[in-house]
Design a protein around this ligand. Structure first.
Ligand code: ATP
Ligand code: MG
Length: 822
């Protein structure tokens, strides 16, 4: 079959010369793409894979193979002779990046062909680019050894700034201030630009905080997450050397989940995609391929701009748009439920969702009494799927723990589910990538390491200078801080001057003992850094060795060892785990995958490249642990049920999904009550959740939920009413479905849906002849048993625990159960 490789003029193979960093690589006929690259692709998918020159937008629904297209496209480009290092793919999580890299490798077979390929998140890419080019980029205060401040550091800094400006945290809540600053940066507004726009009293104060916060960041030679994007955008715009190096290197740009990019990311993508400076832009636009689904845009609250994907064709008038259509992930009932739901969003362009897969099971909606019943229901449901999925002939295969997941809107909902699964001995993991690095002992250890990597990092120094206690108390640090501010030097430098000068240097009134303690502290840090020379003369050495030294010599480990509690013992283990994680990191570290290297043969991508110096390795490690996200910790290989927020679920798929807490105020979240646009984002979040399910989906709502210790009556989520009766079964554990909460009558009054599924409204009606949880029954074959759960609707089922036969799921219509309890 002809493969539409050349949509333009005949290619010139010499242009793909891997030795020319300026080559604008063009696919050639040779070597022929491996058959594997096209295996299992539909025609539109194949078109998207092979349309390699010029801007391309793949706009398609969930599970339609967008991510598959990106992966295959990379493999295809390489198989066409494009050097891997000319390809840059951007994904939403580090984990997605790792998977993509691994799949490309698998497609192309063993060998070094994919060396130098860059697959990264925007943030990780920006961090690397800033490190590489910061020194020439004219960003005041920024050098390549900068630290990256995470949310907790940001908050600490904002609090310090508020105190410094005498602003009360009651009027200026630190979290809201951080959010305002973050939103401004996502719009590429820096402090002066924000100040220029600040119209009202509140904003003028925020502008003052913003300015002081920026000053503090730069003094500490630190950037926050948003700066990674903002400063990279600015650097690419204003620093020709950085811009040209990137453009020269990356000829092919691919972006997954494009619907969730923010303005800063759009600008970065546009700047990267531009033609190399001095040469004419490609006549039809850059080789930029973006894939996404506007219906899955769920990060608007964090600055994502759905307009980026909707306006792609305006931005690149020559763009080709390829829809993919067919869904390959979910059963037809699940897909129909998702479709009906998302049609309630008015601000969208409709896309048909369809599948040629068999209908599979209906979506099960269960009304529970409270969160404990909800958790037990999920547990029972999982057990049934895991244990007796295969008892009846023709029934679906058993589903293993790793293929099951629980989604919730907010982290607080996980606790009861966790307790229930733990008590029942069901293995589970929580997708909280940051959890490990947020532990007190790990934050302390990282504080030391960050100070080693960046001596100007005052926030880290403040964290660890007296942990463990070493006689440098808060009052002392207060004085040194004042001195540092007067001298305009970082805290560590002020401490050093204090220690060196027998007269006390900048802080003459300190006690001799305190000065001695300070001197010991400075010597310790200098011992690790060699005052910049880094552990030895050649700058090499083991990262794990450094981490081990730091937690030993700082006294951190000894401090926890001295504690006698189990928690202390666990902390010692965690510190050991940090050493292991450093070792893993350095073993796996591939400088050729580093976007800050040239990638081209003869540069860092070359197998002969020496190991990076320890300082660079340490910075890369710190970056790695700082940029970790919840989704990064998802590892199905662990053989456990995964628990995660709906936001972390993006891009993933599971055979069985339980979505809990479908209640007003939770999903949709109360935050969304103010604007219709926010409500639509909540609906998209629900849509994302539903469309993760391949075979089975249960959605639960609890009538009562404990909120701040009080059992509170809830209102079922409006999204439940928007699900199409034809494709769901409703079961009622709490005896409330026929009550005022959520009856069929209610549903009928919910107004006509735009789904056209209104005609099927009757079929979701509850049946089940009064059988409820706890009913005692007799079955002709299995004997006497007690009902655990009942689903209602057209093929109503009951899960029954029989005294002799164990747990079974029975279709009520055929089973002819005899009721024994009335
Ligand atoms: P999302 O919008 O949720 O990110 P997506 O569009 O990226 O979804 P993929 O994750 O690429 O979709 O694919 C969904 C599932 O369908 C995957 O399991 C994938 O392997 C499978 N798939 C994709 N294309 C095909 C195909 N042509 N034939 C069979 N299975 C396919
Ligand atoms: Mg995807």
């Amino acid at each position: 079959m002809r493969t539409d490789v050349h949509t333009r003029a005949e290619p010139d193979p010499s242009k793909a010369d891997p030795h020319s960093t300026l080559a604008r690589g063009t696919p050639t006929d040779s070597p022929l793409p491996a058959a594997d690259i096209f295996a299992g692709l539909t025609d539109p998918q194949r078109r998207a894979v092979t349309y390699t020159e010029g801007p391309l937008l793949v706009l398609a629904g969930p599970g339609s193979g967008k991510t598959r297209v990106i992966t295959r496209r990379i493999a295809y480009l390489i198989s066409c002779g494009i050097p891997a290092w000319q390809i840059l793919a951007l994904t939403f999580t580090n984990k997605a990046a790792a998977e993509m890299r691994q799949r490309v490798g698998a497609l192309l077979g063993e060998g070094a062909i994919a060396r130098g390929l860059t697959v990264s998140t925007f943030h990780a890419l920006c961090a690397r680019l800033l490190r590489r080019f910061a020194d020439g980029a004219d960003i005041p205060g920024l050098t390549s050894s900068f630290a990256i401040y995470d949310g907790a550091d940001q908050l600490a800094l904002v609090k310090a700034v508020l105190a410094q400006l005498n602003l009360s945290t009651a009027n200026f809540q630190p979290r809201s201030v951080v959010a305002r600053i973050s939103a401004a940066k996502n719009e590429l507004l820096d402090a002066p630009a924000f100040a220029a726009r600040a119209g009202n009293f509140y904003d003028r104060h925020i502008a003052r905080v913003f300015t002081a916060y920026e000053h503090a960041l730069r003094t500490a030679c630190a950037v926050d997450f948003d700066d990674l994007l903002l400063l990279t955008a600015r650097m690419l715009r204003h620093t020709a050397a950085a811009r040209n190096a990137c453009r020269d290197r990356w000829q092919y740009l691919l972006i997954d989940e494009y619907q969730d990019t923010n303005h800063a990311q759009l600008v970065i993508a546009s700047l990267l995609a531009g033609a190399p400076d001095g040469s004419p832009a490609p006549p039809d636009g850059p080789n930029l391929c973006v894939v996404g689904d506007p219906d899955q845009s769920i990060y608007g609250w964090r600055g994502a701009d759905i307009g980026n994907i909707l306006e792609f064709e305006e931005q690149y008038p020559k763009a080709t748009v390829i829809p993919l259509g067919e869904n390959f992930r979910s059963g037809a009932h699940i897909l129909a439920a998702a479709d009906a739901l998302i049609r309630h969003n008015a601000l969208r362009k409709h896309k048909d969702l369809y599948t040629s897969r068999p209908p599979g099971e209906r979506v099960e909606v269960v009304l529970c009494n409270d969160e404990h019943d909800e958790a037990r229901l999920v547990l029972d449901w999982f057990r049934t799927l895991q244990e007796d999925g295969a008892t009846a002939p023709g029934a679906p295969d058993r589903i293993s723990w790793k293929d099951m997941t629980v989604f919730y809107r907010t982290n607080a909902l996980s606790r009861v589910i966790e307790d229930t699964l733990r008590n029942a001995g069901v293995p589970y993991v929580i997708a909280r990538g940051t959890a490990f690095y947020e532990r007190e002992e790990i934050r302390h250890a990282l504080g030391y390491l960050r100070l080693v990597a960046n001596p100007a990092d005052d926030v880290s120094l403040g964290r660890i200078v007296n942990t463990p206690a070493r006689g440098i108390g808060a009052a002392t640090i207060g004085r040194v801080e004042t001195a540092a501010a007067e001298l305009g030097v970082p805290l560590l430098e002020a401490l050093r001057r204090t220690a060196l000068d027998h007269a006390g240097g900048p802080t003459p009134d300190l006690a001799v003992r305190t000065r001695a303690a300070i001197a010991r502290f400075v010597r310790m840090i200098d011992g690790w850094t060699g005052r910049g020379a880094f552990m030895g003369h050649d700058g090499t050495g083991s990262l794990a060795g450094l981490v081990e030294r730091v937690i030993g010599e700082s006294g951190l480990e000894a401090m926890y060892r001295a504690g006698k509690t189990d928690a202390d013992a666990e902390r010692v283990e965690n510190l050991a785990e940090l050493v292991s994680s450093a070792r893993e990191f350095e073993v796996a570290f591939d400088p050729s995958a580093d976007p800050a290297s040239d990638g081209a043969p003869g540069s860092a991508a070359d197998p002969a490249t020496p190991r990076p110096p320890l300082a660079a390795l340490l910075r890369a490690f710190l970056e790695h642990v700082t940029l970790v996200s919840d989704a990064d910790s998802i590892d199905p290989a662990q053989g456990a049920v995964t628990l995660m927020t709906l936001h972390a679920a993006k891009g993933l798929e599971f055979r069985a999904v339980a979505m809990v807490g479908l209640e007003e105020g939770l999903l949709p979240h109360s935050r969304a009550s103010e604007s219709p646009a926010d409500l639509e984002e909540e609906r998209r979040l629900c849509f994302v959740g539903i469309t993760r399910a391949m075979e089975r989906l249960v959605i639960t709502t609890a009538r009562y939920r404990t909120i701040r210790g009080l059992s509170t009556r809830t209102i079922p989520s409006r999204f439940l009413r928007e699900l199409p009766p034809d494709h769901i079964t409703v079961s009622d554990q709490a005896g409330i479905a026929d009550s005022e909460d959520w009856s069929d009558d209610d549903r009928a009054q919910g107004g006509p849906t735009r789904s056209g599924a209104g005609s099927a409204r009757e079929s979701g009606r509850l049946s089940g002849s009064g059988l409820g949880t706890g009913s005692l029954v007799r079955h002709a074959q299995f004997g006497v048993g007690r009902v655990l759960t009942v689903t209602r609707g057209r093929d109503a089922r009951a899960r029954i625990l029989f005294r002799d036969a164990g747990e079974k799921t029975i279709v009520l219509e055929y089973a002819k159960l005899e009721r024994l309890d009335r």
